[in-house]
Design a protein around this ligand. Sequence first.
Ligand code: AMP
Length: 219
Amino acid sequence: MRVVLVGPPGAGKGTQAARVAARYGLAHLSTGDLLREAIREETPLGRLAQGYLEAGELVPDEVVTDLVAERLSRPESERGFLLDGFPRTQAQAVALLDFLSRRGQRLDAVVLLSAGEEALVRRLAGRWTCPVCARVYHEASRPPRVAGRCDDDGAALVQRPDDAPETIRRRLAVYHGRTEPMLAEFRRRGLLHSVAAEGDIETTFARIVETLEKVRREA
Ligand code: AMP
């Protein structure tokens, strides 16, 4: 299966993407994770991307599109993939559809995680991440066993710099301005499936699975 998971910042894309990819044996490709890794490793890509991430702005289309095309060309993506955080603009959506059609492949579904603005801000502001294994916690809904420490490796948890309140607002504005308009094309092609993502992780996951099962039955 080839699936795109899209949604505003804080909708739970990363958490759900990891689960869905594991459930269906798909390659999980998160452009946000790839960019953060490049920044940590101080590669040329990381140096280019850093300012954009810190400001809550999008990295230029050609940069992420090349990054994704390279990953999707790898053998591990042959078994199917789940894109998390890509595409995020009309140009990226067109690039993805062109890339797949050149390879004789098609997209099976675009799953949109939707949640109200208040829930999104609450989630992002309480999010803590392990800098070692990238596991994500939340102060209220998924606290670590020992406050401030990762359950798996004991590392001190950190907040993402782009989860600062002004940057959250900027990321939401970017989502409305640049990502939402892209959805029309997927809707027109009958690929868009909206899933309510305000509840807990299990409920949202069950809804996504239900949606994908339906897509598979109708394929
Ligand atoms: P995420 O982890 O998906 O919230 O992404 C974090 C940040 O990485 C975004 O705010 C952007 O700065 C950058 N980014 C991730 N994916 C993309 C993309 N598809 N296009 C442009 N920038 C991206």
